[in-house]
Structure formats: structure tokens, C-alpha cells
Design a protein around this ligand. Sequence first.
Ligand code: SAM
Ligand code: DTB
Ligand code: SF4
Length: 335
Amino acid sequence: MADGSPFSAPFPSPANRRGAVRHDWTRDDVQDLLDLPFPELLYRAQTLHRAYFDPTEVQISTLLSIKTGGCPEDCAYCPQSSRHEESVKAERLMAVDRVITEAKRAKDAGAARFCMGAAWRSPKDHDLETVCEMIEGVKGLGLETCVTLGMLDTKQAHRLRDAGLDYYNHNIDTSPEYYGEIISTRTWQDRLDTLENVRDAGINVCCGGIVGMGEGEGDRASMIATLASMPKHPESVPINLLVRVAGTPLGEADEVDPIDFVRVIATARITMPESHVRLAAGRENMNDETQTLCFLAGANSIFYGERLLTTPNPAATRDRKLLDRLGMRTTMVES
Ligand code: SAM
Ligand code: DTB
Ligand code: SF4
């Protein structure tokens, strides 16, 4: 909890937190939470949120696509896969100085973390060296660093750790049961292996999933149970609402009931109370009231800035206005 918050006093001190954090969540346990009456679910989520965080504070991360398009993988949701009809145009890996310029801009706009994404199955060794230069440069600005580069082996994870990387993003995306409907070019076990390599290298883990890919409610429970039963919970848990991009197999997926989406956020908050739960992709198509419910359900991180990787995100001015209306503030960066 940040020092100096006018709200510090009423929150329970760490000594007063109720119970140990659980790592044995089953799909049924999570389903029971998802099925709670909405007021009860939100009450539980808010109670835990307050025990661990200042509920008026939101962490902000800015994304940059450092290598766009031309990806050989077949993730059904992703506009960067070269296997889909209208995938985005493939570009080369960005130059280091351009990345640093973008990171400075993000810092000036108030971001605490700079996340760099590459449309790779896994990084090639010479590209990884360039990414390490980017990490060193971005860290030099006083920003936290995060990258998402696809699958990593142990050696690559250690190389990133040595470059000073703070977070690695690698999502499980959905439940183990539904996974095969979404991706065929890498296995569920491949995902878990990368996550383990990142964890073992001592890098913080950013791992979440996507809601709205045609999954059943049971899949949502199973996805959250998978995350919440990890021996150490991911430090950041991005919950993405599918951005439906025309030309991808999920371009015409059914809309998600906003209340159901808020339920997923609340369930992530309850099961992983120490983690930052990010209201990630999908805010561009969400009204202020739904986003507000997400914050009330325990979301305490957002992607900030006009673009995600290839798709639009709300303008920073709209986000500032909403946070001001709510009397909320962003986590400040030490510099
Ligand atoms: N290529 C790397 C990989 O897949 O691991 C890194 C980049 S990839 C774009 C990172 C994550 O973005 C995906 O795992 C997925 O969860 C999320 N994502 C991609 N397209 C999305 C979409 N249309 N809507 C919501 N989330 C999306
Ligand atoms: C995450 O969970 N969501 C971000 C980030 N991690 C890399 C990506 C969202 C991508 C949305 C589609 C796009 O802009 O291409
Ligand atoms: Fe490639 Fe990542 Fe998109 Fe999958 S999600 S197609 S691996 S960029």
C-alpha cells in the first residue's frame, strides 16, 4: 500500500489480514464464487482488495508492439497471426532508439511500467540481444520493464533476467479444456513450461487470459483455478476481454455480458488477493460504468495509452477523466 494515502488508516494492517493466501483452488471452488449473488461476490472481492491494496490506486502500464505481425502461430483471437485472412502487415523488429523514445513518452504520460510485445513463437538469440538492450534502456529511464516474446527456454529466461527484466507476460489464455479450440501450434504444456522457466529465473510473472472466445462458464472457472493454484500466483493477472478483430476466426464471436466479465475480475481478485489484477484489453468497447464496476470488483491495473499492440485503447485523456470522476489515482513512479 502506498505511503501517504489519505485512506491508509481504515484498511486492515497486514497483521489483520484474514487467512493465508490459498493455492489449492479447484474449478468447483471458483465456479461457486462465480455463481455467488453479485452483491455478495463484490463484497468479498472488495474486502480482500482493501486488505492488500489501496482501492483508490491503479497501476498503469503502457504497451508497445516492438515486432508486429507475421507470426507463424495460429491463435484464433490474434490479428498478428499470418495464418488468418486479414492479418496485420508484418514489420521488422523496431530499432532500440525508437523504443526508448516511446518509453520516454509513456513515462511522461505517467506510466509506471513499459511492456514490449513481439509477434514471435519464440525469440531468436540475436533478436533477444536487441530486446535486452531495449530492457536496459527502458529501465534506465526509471520505468519497470515487461516483455512478451512467446515461448522461452531456461537460457533465454536467464538472459532476460540478467538484462534486468522485471516482468514476463505469457498468458494461459483460456482453460486447459478449451485451449485446443483456440491454438493448435503450441500446447498447453508449452505454456506451463515457459511460465516455469520465467519463474525459476527469478522474473516476476504476468499471466492471465481472455474472456469472450466462446468459452463456457466452466472454462472461465477452470482458467482462474489454473492461475490461482500455481505454487506462486502471478504478480500481475491480465484479464482481457476479447478484442474482436475482423478477419480472425473470432472476429464475429458473441458479446460478453459485462456483468459476467466483472464476475471474472472479482473472482481473480478473491483467489489471488496479493496480485495486481489488470483490466486489460477490451476497454475501448466498455463504457465507463462497466470499467467502474471492474475497479470496484478489485481490478487495480490498466493498459494506458492509445494503442494496445495493434488495436485501439481508450485515449489517456478519457482514462484520466474517469479516474478523476471516481476520485482514484495512478500509482506514482519513483524517479
Ligand atoms: N507472441 C507472444 C505470445 O503470444 O506469447 C506475445 C504477444 S501476444 C499478442 C500476448 C497476448 O495478448 C496473448 O497471449 C493474448 O492473451 C493477448 N491477445 C492477443 N490478441 C488479443 C485480442 N484480440 N483480444 C484480447 N487479447 C488478445
Ligand atoms: C495482455 O494480457 N494483453 C496485452 C498484453 N498482455 C501483451 C495484449 C492485448 C492485445 C490486444 C490485441 C492487439 O492490440 O493486437
Ligand atoms: Fe503470435 Fe502471440 Fe498472436 Fe499467438 S498471440 S498469433 S503467438 S503474436
